[in-house]
Write a protein that binds this ligand. Structure first.
Ligand SMILES: CC(C)(COP(=O)(O)OP(=O)(O)OC[C@H]1O[C@@H](n2cnc3c(N)ncnc32)[C@H](O)[C@@H]1OP(=O)(O)O)[C@@H](O)C(=O)NCCC(=O)NCCS
Length: 222
C-alpha cells in the first residue's frame, strides 16, 4: 500500500480543538499517562505548539512541543522530569523544540502518521531556524506492555540491562543497544538523532518504561 495515498492532513491545533484533543488523549494513552484538560489548556497558554493529523472529525495523532531558548546540551539545565519538561514556557530566541505527546490513535497506527508528525515538526524547526529537535523517548521495551490494550511492546531484558547500566554509570551505551527499543529505533530511523541522556523517574507513572525516558536530539545544522 502506498501510505501517502491515505495520509490525512496535518494542521496546528488551538483551544478550539480541545474536545478533539481530549478524545484522542483517552483513545491513545493508558489512563495513568493521560493529561487532563486543565493541563492541556495550560500547555497551550504557555505558548506550546500542537500539530494534529485530522481524519474527518477525529484526530488521528498529535505531536506537541515547546519552543525554547534553552540549550539541551547543558545537562544541569535540562528539565528533571516530565512535568518540568512539558511545562516550559515558550522562550526566544528559539534554539530547541522540546517535543512530547507524540501519539497515534489505535485505529490509525501503522499508517505512517507518527513519522509524518515528526517530519512536520522538523519542517517547523527549520523554518524557525532552531538548532535542536529534542524528544523524551518512551522506552516501553524496558518492562514491556504486551498485556496492555494501548501498546503492544515486548519486554526486552537486554535493553533493560542497557538502560540500568547507563543510569548507574552515566556511560552512554552503543547506539545499536539503544535502538533495540522500537520507539527509540523509530526516532533514529526518522531523524538519525543521537541519544543524550537517560532520565530516571522522568515519568514514574509509565511503568512500561520503568519511569525512564531517553532524551533524543536531532541537530538541524548537521
Ligand atoms: C508510538 C506510536 C506513536 C507509533 O505510531 P504507529 O502508527 O503505531 O507507528 P508505526 O506503525 O508507523 O511504526 C513506527 C515505528 O514505531 C514502532 N512502534 C509501533 N508501535 C509502538 C508502540 N506501541 N510503542 C513503541 N513503538 C512502537 C514500530 O516498531 C515502528 O518502528 P520500526 O518501523 O523502526 O520497527 C503509537 O504506537 C502510539 O501512539 N503509542 C502510544 C503513545 C506513545 O507511546 N507515544 C510515544 C511517546 S514518546
Amino acid at each position: 500500500m502506498n501510505l501517502d495515498n491515505v495520509a490525512v492532513p496535518i494542521r496546528q491545533l488551538d483551544m478550539e480543538d480541545m474536545p478533539l484533543l481530549m478524545e484522542l488523549e483517552a483513545a491513545a494513552w493508558a489512563a495513568p499517562l493521560q493529561a487532563s484538560e486543565a493541563t492541556i489548556r495550560r500547555r497551550l497558554a504557555l505558548g506550546h505548539t500542537m500539530f494534529g493529523a485530522i481524519d474527518g472529525n477525529v484526530l488521528a495523532g498529535t505531536i506537541c512541543f515547546a519552543e525554547t531558548s534553552q540549550d539541551p546540551l547543558v545537562r544541569a539545565d535540562f528539565p528533571a522530569d516530565f512535568d518540568a519538561y512539558a511545562s516550559l514556557p515558550r522562550s526566544e530566541p528559539v534554539y530547541a523544540l522540546y517535543a512530547y505527546n507524540l501519539c497515534v490513535r489505535p485505529s490509525h497506527r501503522g499508517s505512517n502518521t507518527a513519522v509524518r508528525l515528526l517530519k512536520e515538526m522538523e519542517r517547523h524547526g527549520r523554518r524557525l531556524g532552531a538548532r535542536w529537535l529534542i524528544g523524551d523517548g518512551r522506552c516501553s521495551s524496558y518492562a514491556g506492555s504486551s498485556g496492555d490494550e494501548y501498546d503492544h511492546v515486548k519486554a526486552d531484558p537486554r535493553f533493560r540491562a542497557t538502560i540500568d547500566l547507563w543510569n548507574q554509570t552515566g556511560i552512554r551505551p552503543p547506539l545499536e543497544e539503544i535502538i533495540r527499543d522500537p520507539l527509540l529505533r523509530m526516532h533514529y530511523r526518522v531523524y538519525e538523532c543521537e541519544f543524550l541522556y537517560v532520565m530516571p523517574d522522568f515519568f514514574p507513572q509509565d511503568a512500561t518504561s520503568g519511569g525512564f525516558r531517553v532524551i533524543s536530539a536531532k541537530d538541524l545544522k548537521k
